[in-house]
Design a binder for this molecule. Structure first.
Ligand code: OGA
Ligand code: MN
Length: 205
């Protein structure tokens, strides 16, 4: 097994064993930087929109729940940096499908930028009445992240029946994956602009 196959296999092993996985340097520094530049360019072009909560008719902006601005990746699939990231995720999708039989058929995701003082309250990613989102993947682009920048992803995992919080720094290149229906999580208030690409491997609803 070569080292790049290894990196997908390790994630799948974690997902099977515990339902979540954290990979530092899933994306190399150059691609992470290109993705951040892409987000900055999209921002300058006015492409970012306030993210909402709920779905279809229930969708609305609610700053007390989440404060990020987003651009969906399907608006930029012809751009180089998103393509390189999506190619990585495609390899991961195939290894997950081979070993977990989830029937994942696509990745739906968005750039997200959280400005200073914003957060996303504790939530689950599966929408009510739909299990199409199966695996959440969040990748970060904050190159010089320091603890005082905050904005960690707090993942609530259960160990021997007790809930434990894991705080994951939004460091450039880091990928956090978890089963969307199982894990509550939140984004702690950030003190600087916090860059990520968040998305979900989906099966047909
Ligand atoms: C989300 C989310 C986590 C993060 O967008 O649903 O939980 O770390 N994002 O950005
Ligand atoms: Mn979420």
């Amino acid at each position: 097994m070569n080292s790049s196959t290894d990196k997908y296999q390790r994630i799948v092993n974690d997902l099977i064993k515990q339902g979540w996985s954290i990979s530092e340097n899933f994306i190399n520094a150059e691609v992470a930087q290109a993705l951040k530049n892409e987000a900055d360019a999209l921002h300058e072009n006015g492409a970012f929109r306030r993210a909402g909560v709920g779905r279809e008719q229930g969708y609305h902006v609610e700053s007390k729940i989440r404060g990020d601005n987003i651009v969906w990746l399907d608006e930029v699939t012809d751009h180089d940096a998103p393509q390189r990231y999506l190619a990585e995720l495609e390899q991961l999708r195939q290894v997950i499908n081979q070993q977990m039989f989830l029937g994942l058929f696509e990745f739906e995701g968005h750039f997200a930028v959280y400005g200073p003082g914003t957060f996303y309250q504790r939530h689950l990613d599966q929408h009510q009445g739909s299990d199409s989102r199966q695996v959440t993947c969040v990748m970060y682009m904050n190159e010089h992240w320091q603890p005082e920048h905050r904005g960690e992803l707090r993942l609530f995992v259960s160990e021997n029946g007790n809930e434990r919080a894991i705080d994951i720094p939004p460091r450039a290149g880091l990928l956090a994956c978890f089963l969307s229906e199982m894990f509550y999580h939140e984004v702690l208030p950030t003190t600087t602009d916090r860059y990520s690409i968040t998305g979900w491997f989906r099966r047909r609803g």
